[in-house]
Ligand binder design. Structure first.
Ligand code: PGA
Length: 427
């Protein structure tokens, strides 16, 4: 039974406050979890409660969310059986009483939800991935490593598109995939240096060079894959998250790096062209969150060939995902715990997608901590692929390193998702 819940304010990878929660059990066991935070957020995400007091952390303090855990939530959950995850999450949802978790804060609820799950795993004597996924949780995901950052994550100093990722789906196992990713990352650094482009990094650890077009990163990454001795499209694919809601204004896609303004159909043409020239295996948020018609066009054009993931448009929200499935606007969803605010609802969103033949792509946030919960969760939900930044910087590599530990623990029982990770397998 839960005998204590204690939250505190800590810093995330961008130096902003976030919530950390400790859950104590009768046995004296203590489990801890921390909450991430986004920058390019969907408009329908659950509410991250910030104090707004400009005298502390420029208004970004989370002392109210912390107080809500230590007060109301702790009081409601004291004595609960820690293994009753769904009951605990629904108790918090009812206690909050709003549709968007705006009263107590999704950051308060999520910290508790994750700390409770970790405590339950400890109590059961199981690794987190085994507690959450059971004996069938043996498949390691394809890591999508974000090696070149743009958009808001690079403060608009580089490409308009936010994330350029490498996906070593042709590796034999997870540790080889990570090794390839690291080698390509280091090779890309050399390439950028040769071209006298900056090797400073963005929020997710990828380089953030001042490129001259949004196509140039695809070219640079393809070269880096080859120079690392690997085959683009066979060993390693490319994935892109342009976060296009960030440059969609008044019904148009505004590419400042290229000085061009595109209609939805022109944006779809651009994606089609890039997909023909480069080994694009996955495109996330190719269209903006408010452009449902554009999404339909994109899915009609490319949905049979590549995985089209919706992030800002769905916000890991089962109700919106259900509408997306009905209207056939994509073929996969991005899964971010803090967009919806509890583990139980995150599992529901993932199930809904997969039960309809859609993919579920697990994701970190641009503001992270060293908490590696999503690594275990990806294996438990058997989602087959995740993105958690560059193969560099502590808060990013901790997730990849946790997957190395899981693979080692599984030994011969471990398998690697490879091309089968995708709802539209590349080969
Ligand atoms: P965000 O970006 O956390 O700033 O929304 C996350 C992502 O999609 O990587």
């Amino acid at each position: 039974a839960i005998t204590g819940l204690h939250a505190r304010e800590i810093l995330d990878s961008r130096g902003n406050p976030t919530v950390e929660v400790e859950c104590t059990l009768m046995s004296g066991m203590v489990a801890r979890a921390a909450v991430p935070s986004g920058a390019s957020t969907g408009s329908r995400e659950a509410v991250e409660l910030r104090d707004g007091d400009k005298t502390r952390f420029r208004g970004k303090g989370v002392t109210h969310a912390v107080a809500n855990v230590n007060g109301e939530i702790a009081a409601a959950l004291m004595g609960s059986d820690v293994r009753q995850q769904a009951v605990i999450d629904h108790t918090m949802i009812a206690l909050d009483g709003t549709a968007n978790k705006g009263r107590l804060g999704a950051n308060a609820l999520l910290g508790v939800s994750l700390a409770v799950a970790r405590a339950a795993a400890m109590h059961s004597g199981l690794a987190l991935f085994q507690y959450l996924g059971g004996p069938g949780a043996t498949r390691l995901p394809v890591p999508h490593m974000n090696i070149l950052n743009g958009g808001v994550h690079a403060h608009w100093q580089g490409a308009d598109f936010q994330e350029f990722m490498i996906a070593p789906f042709g590796a034999s196992n997870f540790h080889q995939a990570l090794e390839w990713g690291s080698e390509i990352y280091q090779t890309l650094r050399d390439l950028l240096e040769d071209k006298q482009l900056s090797v400073g990094v963005g929020d997710e650890g990828g380089f953030a060079p001042h490129v001259s077009s949004n196509e140039e990163p695809f070219e640079l990454i393809t070269q880096a894959i080859q120079q690392a001795g690997l085959r683009p499209g066979t060993d390693v694919g490319i994935a892109c998250d342009p976060a296009s809601s960030e440059f969609f204004k008044d019904g148009h896609y505004r590419l400042r790096r290229e000085g061009r303004v595109l209609t939805a159909i022109e944006m779809v043409d651009y994606w089609d062209k890039l997909a023909q020239h480069y080994p694009l295996v996955l495109l996330e948020d190719g269209m903006a969150q408010d452009d449902w018609e554009g999404w339909k066009l994109l899915n009609q054009r490319l949905g049979s060939r590549i995985e089209l993931v919706g992030d800002d448009i769905f916000c890991t929200n089962p109700e919106i995902i259900a509408r997306g499935i009905k209207e056939n606007i994509a073929n996969a969803v991005l899964i971010k715990l803090n967009q919806i605010g509890t583990l139980t609802e995150t599992i529901a969103a993932t199930r809904l997608a997969r039960n309809h033949g859609w993919g579920a792509f697990v994701s970190h946030r641009s503001g992270e901590t060293v908490d590696s919960f999503i690594a275990d969760m990806t294996v438990a939900l058997d989602s087959g692929h995740l993105k958690t930044g560059a193969p560099a910087r502590g808060e990013r590599v901790e997730k990849y390193n946790q997957l190395l530990r899981i693979e080692e623990q599984l030994g011969n029982a471990a398998s690697y998702a490879g091309a089968s990770a995708y709802v539209r397998p590349p080969v």
